[in-house]
Write a protein of this length. Structure first.
Length: 425
């Protein structure tokens, strides 16, 4: 089921940097946020709803916590999972969206926003041109030291003065156009979605008076009035009994208020489903069939066991076999700076392990030994497009890979790229 979440206040999705006396006096916020705070808010709401509306559940939060600590069975764990695994639950999102109301009070016209691909380039700020360009893997005739040094190709830009593009978001409606090689023309700028609102505070002593040396600043995110989030919740059990049809959530740092409602399938935004439609699938497949290359674009952060390399890829040869009949090799990548993922374990009352993730928007370029057949292209689309490329661990259920796969990390989109006739530039 799809859940629409509208913030009613400023939001804080704090980074993993230390924030305490003598360490740092400014708390920064991650935006767009990962799924972790949303999953925590929704599971808390689901627990309260189940305990209030299921007479056969005679437990409370303390009993649930004790069962987790002592590794004992519990009905709530069967329904909602625990701190280390999500049980029968899985999630997709959150997707930022730009609200557009119509007379029917439907949400079909909400515009879903995606992270800008890391291979997009923009003209310098002083330039009058607004035309974007795209990095393309190529072979250089002079030796270039790259990291890692043994990838076959280097990303080459069309213009010497172009620079990395990090000004906004890609509209979901335009995703397939990008995947088949067209450049986006209407980027949604960051300032139209949110702005940083810094607030100053001071630590208090036990008698509620200001304590010396504990002044601090918190960088909240104030979203514009028409900005919302969309989140998909899937459950192996009956998902309809987990949440009320609408209600309120305590979201992010300082438990700020947000309103949520479960939206019927016929009212969800078209841009949430259009990129997996049969029409868009045909466009993507047409761009892949008989080619020897494809690329993956991360829609959400990914935590892999091999760092920045996708699970299942050979770290020495860069060979990858994602589906039957496809022998691929990673030849280049546009990877952003890693982000740190953690959280707070409410049961154990301690921070969760700190893990590094490949940021959303990162691109992986692959070449195949033989031209991609129609059958193989269909396999690739079904296995990779809008699917998580984080592989399940061989040590379930308390593995980080299982948890983050179910949490919606590692979602990607499948696209194509074509080599130039002359790779030497």
């Amino acid at each position: 089921m799809w859940i629409r979440i509208k913030p009613l206040d400023v939001l804080l999705f704090r980074t993993s940097k230390p924030f305490g006396a003598g360490e740092s006096f400014r708390a920064e916020s991650i935006f767009p946020p990962t799924s972790i705070p949303f999953i925590g808010a929704l599971r808390t709401c689901a627990m309260n709803h189940l305990l209030a509306n299921s007479p056969n559940l005679d437990y409370d939060y303390n009993h649930y916590s004790q069962c987790i600590m002592n590794n004992q069975p519990c009905e709530l764990i069967d329904e909602l999972g625990s701190t280390d695994h999500l049980g029968p639950l899985s999630f997709e999102g959150p997707y930022l969206a730009y609200e557009k109301k119509d007379d029917c009070q439907s949400y079909k016209n909400d515009t879903i926003l995606l992270p800008l691909p890391k291979d997009l380039m923009q003209p310098p700020k002083e330039s009058k041109s607004q035309n974007m360009s795209c990095l393309n893997p190529g072979m250089l005739e002079w030796k270039v030291i790259t990291s890692p040094p043994d990838l076959e190709m280097t990303l080459v830009k069309d213009s010497d003065d172009s620079e990395a593009c990090d000004v906004g978001y890609l509209k979901g409606d335009n995703l397939t156009d990008y995947l088949i090689g067209d450049l986006p023309t209407n980027i949604v700028f960051k300032e139209t979605i949110s702005d940083i609102e810094s607030r100053v505070g001071i630590g208090l002593s036990s008698n509620r008076t200001a304590k010396h040396g504990l002044i601090y600043t918190v960088a909240f995110q104030r979203l514009t009035e028409n900005t919302v989030f969309w989140m998909k919740l899937m459950c192996m059990n009956d998902e309809s009994r987990l949440l009320p049809k609408k209600g309120f959530l305590s979201l992010g740092g300082e438990s700020r208020s947000a309103y949520f409602e479960i939206v019927k399938p016929e009212n969800i935004p078209q841009s949430l489903t259009i990129n997996t439609s049969s029409e868009k699938k045909e466009q993507v497949l047409e761009n892949l069939i008989n080619q020897r290359s494809f690329k993956l674009y991360l829609l959400s952060p990914a935590i892999f066991e091999q760092g920045w390399l996708p699970d299942g890829l050979d770290s020495k040869t860069y060979q990858w076999h994602p589906v039957k009949g496809c022998d691929a090799k990673l030849v280049s990548a546009a990877i952003g700076k890693n982000i740190c993922i953690s959280g707070w374990d409410l049961v154990k009352k301690m921070p969760k392990p700190l893990l590094r993730a490949v940021p959303a928007g990162s691109i992986y370029y692959f070449k195949t030994k033989t031209p991609i057949s129609k059958e193989t292209a269909n396999y690739l689309f079904d296995k990779l497009h809008y699917q998580s490329i984080i592989q399940q661990s061989s040590h379930p259920p308390n593995s980080f890979s299982d948890y983050y796969q179910s949490a919606g990390f590692g979602m990607c989109a499948l696209g194509g790229w074509k080599e130039k006739e002359n790779d030497y530039v």
